[in-house]
Design a protein around this ligand. Structure first.
Ligand code: CMP
Length: 139
């Protein structure tokens, strides 16, 4: 079993897509091992996206991620990192495959509805950024 961090970003929550995104995960046999709604501060968003701090979009991205509530989840399944990335589609919704979350709902390369960890190492550090061990259910 593998775990990954998923975020329904502020645009996804504001558009009422929380249920639809979770439905897609559960339909694909992905289990939710932890879930909570948060409203990040700018500093918390900067910490989460620290790897992108030199990128030109860093300031705008962290403004956006701290602009409203988001839903953070620990997802669990076999190969869930790849599975989740397949369900999300490409970062740029214009390049995302048909039927993916970003193709169906994103309107912007930044406001792209969801985030998912991209490797086992990133998943471990991203999960621990938001959740402690007591908050993660052993499924
Ligand atoms: P995410 O998968 O959360 O990882 C970094 C985020 O930066 C990305 O989704 C987008 O929300 C945002 N972003 C904004 N502009 C770009 C860009 N040009 N390339 C990649 N990511 C971008």
């Amino acid at each position: 079993m593998e775990r990954t961090l998923s975020i329904i970003k502020p645009d996804g929550v504001a558009k009422g897509l929380t249920g639809e995104v979770i439905r897609r995960f559960e339909s694909d046999n992905i289990k939710i091992a932890a879930i909570k709604m948060i409203h990040m501060t700018k500093v918390q968003a900067q910490g989460f996206y620290d790897v992108h701090k030199e990128r030109p979009f860093f300031d705008s991205l962290t403004d956006f991620m701290s602009s409203g509530p988001a839903v953070v989840m620990v997802l669990e399944a076999e190969n869930v990192i790849a599975k989740n990335r397949e369900l999300m589609g490409a970062t740029n919704y214009k390049e995302a495959a048909e039927g993916t979350i970003r193709k169906d709902f994103a309107t912007d390369i930044e406001k792209n509805v969801v985030h998912g960890s991209d490797s086992p190492e990133t998943a471990a550090s991203e999960i621990s950024y938001f959740f402690n061990q007591l908050e993660i259910i052993s499924l």
